[in-house]
Design a protein around this ligand. Structure first.
Ligand code: NDP
Length: 287
């Protein structure tokens, strides 16, 4: 009789389309490195099949799964419980299954924060953020929960910026303001952290959010959510002006680390995950 265990722990992701999502390569590289017998299955789940997919994950005793577009809000109705940030943000991208119970969390903002904390503690800091989409919303709420002093949210659609600012003011101890973005955005004096949370720069190393670069100040942290290419035009310009650049690879890697810690109670090697992404993105200038 063999006492070997041929049953792998199952984790994965539900989204559609899913073929361009590299998370599976990043997480499975780290599972292998840690000698963990677990799989991360990248599933194309159409909107009409989300309920069945969630039931299937429970039936097959998956440890947990990520939810990406378009399921981050729709998945909530199938869950038993929400973590605080997910409740405030109103979106879930990470579900843990324990004893058949489904707990939803949002690791978008947490991944960003873990990455940010490598260079600065946001507590008491003043933040200027471009964009008011899903990533911006998650980041703003986590910054608020982490004790940022003030967050200015700037967006072309000013109503979305004000909605996020109100969310921060109403649910965290931080102050926040929503502003329209017209023409070149000027970073206010006294800003500690500048964040590009728009999709500008994704897949285009020359794309630049409309910002007055002369208002960036030496010593500021300038962060970008864009993971590919990691060293965006904004980050290159910021580095040339004596700012500390922070790329979106760290956010993506830390989301993976946090998700697997929730599912398996194990901390994966962030360096292995970063390297897996760099190999995929062909990134050589991300530092
Ligand atoms: P959304 O579609 O929800 O939001 C996009 C945001 O970008 C909106 O605020 C939109 O403004 C703004 N925007 C788009 N084009 C322009 C432009 N030309 N000028 C100014 N603003 C613009 O997307 P998400 O928030 O989900 O994602 C945003 C980016 O974050 C994506 O590129 C994604 O790859 C990245 N991301 C990275 C993660 C990581 O782990 N590194 C995790 C999650 C997301 P408006 O409302 O006015 O249209």
């Amino acid at each position: 009789m063999s006492n070997q265990n041929f049953r792998s722990i199952l984790t994965g992701s539900f989204s559609t389309p899913c073929a361009d999502n590299p998370t599976v390569a990043m997480i499975e590289a780290a599972y292998r490195h840690a000698g963990i017998d677990a799989r991360y299955i990248n599933c194309d789940v159409k909107v009409a099949h989300l309920a069945a997919a969630v039931k299937g994950a429970v039936a097959m005793e998956w440890a947990g799964f990520n939810c990406s577009l378009p399921h981050k809000v729709a998945v909530i109705e199938y869950l038993d419980e929400l973590a605080e940030a997910a409740r405030i943000i109103g979106a879930v991208n990470c579900v843990t299954i324990r004893d058949g119970r489904l707990v939803g969390d949002n690791t978008d903002g947490k991944g960003f924060l873990a990455s940010l904390r490598d260079v600065v503690d946001p507590a008491g800091r003043t933040v200027f953020m471009l964009g008011a989409g899903g990533a911006a919303r998650a980041i703003a709420v986590e910054l608020g929960l982490a004790g940022a002093a003030h967050i200015t949210v700037v967006n072309r659609d000013a109503a979305k910026a004000e909605t996020i600012a109100a969310l921060v003011r109403d649910n965290t101890g931080s102050d926040a303001t929503g502003c329209p973005w017209s023409g070149k955005a000027r970073v206010p004096e006294g800003t500690d952290i500048v964040i590009n949370a728009t999709s500008v720069g994704l897949g285009d190393a020359q794309a630049m959010p409309e910002i007055d670069l002369d208002t960036l100040a030496k010593g500021q942290v300038v962060a970008d959510v864009i993971p590919n290419p990691p060293m965006t035009c904004l980050l290159r310009e910021a580095r040339a002006r004596g700012c500390t650049p922070l790329d979106g690879l760290g956010m993506l890697v830390n989301q993976g680390v946090i998700g697997v810690a929730l599912w398996l109670g194990k901390t994966l090697d962030a360096g292995v995950m970063t390297q897996a992404l760099r190999d995929i993105f062909g990134a050589s200038d991300a530092g």
